[in-house]
Design a protein. Structure first.
Length: 360
């Protein structure tokens, strides 16, 4: 399912600088100051190959994430001005380094950038540089818009399973076990649900009831209304599963404590559950719950591990075991990144990804 959103110029839309004919330049959406609106730069340097494993990708579609507006408003993760955000996109390989084996010019791909200090890998620009070993081939049955929204959610979900929980991606390897996801309708929750179903988990999602049919379609066995009193949620979890071995928190930090309490109360002292949270939280766990960190940066810092994620999830995408999640699409070129971010900030998303389709 997808929703098309025509671009509307906002009253606060920043001025566009004159277009340059210099082939070394490109258009990008940049943060030029903490108190300045996002600005469209049309003379921003185009990245070039600096490593034999790198590829240069011409973006076709760009994914939008909440962190892309939060870091500007709350002033974190910005190391210089102008600063380029954007963590995922899809497009076509335009240039490949001499050690690139899997791709050539014209290859259709999608990416996720976890390298938050390197503007060359950020995606709010026409061209992006990326280590080819951390690039996915775009399956024929997945379009650019769908592909642009896969990256961050899929990588985070996979890292939780492989790194945080030290599991494998072997089919049905977790049969008989239960995974509880608070925030099942978040993008990470949607991909985690699909991966967990493939591994054989019984998946319990805590989310808004309006997303029940979609979550069940993706593999959730049960959805529990997140608005219920905590005691009722605990009772419903207890009635669904005798034990809950794993829990993942994908919502606001305020509900992390609730997840830990659920895991503590539904299990007995013979079983210590494990939980991870994708949001910063000081919740340490409990005597019956062990907290496991989510090390997102391992995707690019450990290239062999990152390539493993690309390789194994590529097989699942090609086979249709994982589906790209629903999209809300913005058309009107890279300037629409600003509109998409404003809407995401003000209205949020409902079990979907915001995608900006570029003019190519």
């Amino acid at each position: 399912m997808k929703v098309l959103v025509d671009r509307q110029i906002q009253d606060t839309f920043a001025p566009v600088k004159p277009i340059s004919a210099n082939k070394k330049h490109q258009t990008a959406v940049a943060i030029v100051g903490y108190d300045e609106p996002l600005t469209v730069l049309t003379e921003y340097p185009k990245p070039g190959i600096t490593h034999p494993h790198e590829v240069i990708i011409k973006n076709r579609s760009i994914g939008i994430n909440p962190v892309d507006w939060k870091c500007h408003q709350f002033r974190f993760g910005i190391h210089h001005f102008p600063w380029i955000n954007g963590r995922e996109s899809s497009g076509v390989v335009e240039e490949a380094g001499e050690d690139v084996k899997e791709f050539e010019k014209g290859s259709k791909v999608f990416i996720v950038s976890t390298m938050y200090r390197d503007n060359r890998t950020s995606t709010f620009q026409e061209y992006v540089a990326m280590d080819s070993r951390l690039v996915w081939k775009l399956p024929e049955h997945i379009g650019y818009n769908q592909g642009a929204g896969i990256g961050v959610g899929l990588v985070t979900a996979t890292i939780i399973l492989l790194d945080s929980f030290e599991l494998s991606l072997a089919a049905n390897s977790q049969h008989g076990k239960t995974l509880l996801i608070w925030g099942g309708a978040t993008v990470v929750g949607l991909y985690l649900t699909q991966l967990a179903r493939y591994l054989g988990f019984k998946v319990i999602g805590i989310a808004s009831p309006q997303n029940q049919s979609y979550l069940e379609e993706l593999g959730a066995h049960t959805l529990i209304d997140r608005n219920l009193p905590l005691e009722q949620i605990i009772d419903k979890v207890f009635r669904t599963a005798a034990h809950v071995e794993f829990g993942v928190h994908c919502a606001s930090k305020e509900s992390t404590e609730k997840l830990v309490r659920i895991l503590s109360e539904v299990n007995d002292q013979r079983l210590k559950a494990k939980f991870s949270s994708i949001v910063s939280s000081n919740e340490p766990g409990s005597d019956l719950v062990e907290k496991r960190e989510v090390r997102i940066k391992r995707f690019h810092e450990d290239v062999e591990f990152g390539h493993q994620i690309v390789r194994e999830t590529s097989k699942l995408l090609e086979a249709g075991k994982i589906k790209a999640v629903r999209t809300k699409e913005f058309r009107g070129g890279i300037q629409s990144v600003i509109d998409a971010l404003n809407l995401l900030k003000n209205k949020g998303a409902q079990a979907e990804r915001y995608i900006v389709e570029l003019d190519n």
